[in-house]
Design a protein around this ligand. Structure first.
Ligand SMILES: *[C@@H]1O[C@H](CO)[C@@H](O)[C@H](O)[C@H]1NC(C)=O
Ligand SMILES: *[C@@H]1O[C@H](CO)[C@@H](O)[C@H](O)[C@H]1NC(C)=O
Ligand SMILES: [Ca+2]
Ligand SMILES: [Ca+2]
Length: 312
């Protein structure tokens, strides 16, 4: 028999014939189960780029658009790459969209809680610090979005685009009301992405105090708009300084918020300009856009725009 040309193969063939085919035991590599028979296949998947920066640097990608990326464990996904802003290499990893600002921690509030405002859920749904994914690139101005890059990419800086709700991908760049990015490489100190940053600084009610327990803050460089237009969009509050991005802040009720995009709080009512959160002692502040509707100052232009988050 041709298949028995070699003694070992012959034995193997015999074994399979007698025992039926034996499924190899999966092996655990860095927390991921991998079937050893698929070793080479998985190795190939893992060799695809992990980020838009890698596509730019290793493969010379220069066009904005959709590219295929992989995580460390070989999960494929597609992401939008901004290959032009400030040198390019930016991967879109998430968007925060408010579908109903009067709906307080209700359906669609994935960056706070879709399960109501509950003291026994101090981190709400916990999306800032878990590996849940949702939405899609093309719907990221019409619904929340989070892809595997959010927790997988190792980055140094963030970029943010505020885009009016429901604008199509091809019009994002021209329609953005604000665009800015950091250059401080602040993510390097916090594990290389927001998943790790929020593990370190949980978006959890009661985990800290206003001002003293702010997670991270970085100045931003504007690509569209400026400090004055940012301040105008958030309204005439004197409670913040624009030209920054801030992560994990508390108000004077010890309620946590995830991100103050474009601003740095100077007082203790960040629910009027910071977004995402967990449990709020004042229920009317609970939701993806927290209490942006309560101060009466944040512009409709801002509250009816999605916040798109990129890494580089
Ligand atoms: C496991 O993770 C470590 C640290 O991130 C890395 O150096 C190592 O190469 C990984 N091993 C495999 C088999 O992927
Ligand atoms: C969207 O982009 C397309 C193609 O670039 C253009 O023809 C169209 O006018 C744009 N629409 C809006 C609303 O800007
Ligand atoms: Ca809501
Ligand atoms: Ca939402």
């Amino acid at each position: 028999m041709l298949r028995c040309a070699f003694f070992l193969m012959c034995l193997l063939h015999l074994k399979h014939t007698i025992l039926g085919s034996v499924t190899p035991k999966p092996i655990l590599i860095n927390g991921t189960y991998i079937n050893p028979e698929l070793g080479n296949y998985h190795a190939r998947l893992r060799s695809i780029a992990r980020s838009c920066l890698e596509i730019k640097e290793k493969h010379g990608g220069t066009q904005d658009g959709m590219y295929v990326l992989t995580t460390a464990s070989g999960t494929y996904y597609q992401a939008f790459c901004d290959m032009n802003t400030a040198g390019g290499g930016w991967t879109l990893v998430a968007s925060v969209h408010e579908n109903n600002i009067k709906g307080k921690c209700s359906v669609g509030d994935r960056w706070s809680s879709q399960q109501g405002n509950a003291l026994n859920l101090p981190e709400g749904d916990g999306a800032w610090a878990n590996t849940a994914t949702f939405g899609s690139t093309e719907s990221s101005t019409s619904d929340d979005y989070k892809n595997p890059g959010y927790y997988d990419i190792s980055a140094q800086d963030v970029s943010v685009w505020h885009i009016p709700n429901d604008v199509q991908l091809r019009n994002w760049s021209s329609s953005a009301i604000l665009r800015y990015h950091t250059e401080s490489q602040f993510l390097k100190e916090h594990g290389g992405n927001l998943y790790h940053l929020f593990k370190k600084y949980p978006v959890r009610f009661g985990a800290g105090e206003c001002k003293s327990d702010t997670g991270a803050v970085s100045p931003v460089v504007y690509d569209k708009g400026d400090k004055d237009s940012t301040a105008k969009l958030y309204g005439p509050s004197k409670d913040f300084e624009s030209g920054f991005i801030t992560f994990r802040v508390f108000n004077d009720d010890r309620a946590a918020m995830a991100m103050c995009s474009g601003v740095k709080p100077t007082e203790c009512n960040p629910q009027h300009y910071c977004i995402g959160g967990g449990y709020f002692p004042q229920s009317q502040q609970c939701g993806d856009f927290t209490g942006l509707d309560l101060s009466g100052t944040a512009s409709k232009q801002l509250t009816e725009s999605s916040v798109l988050l990129f890494y580089r």
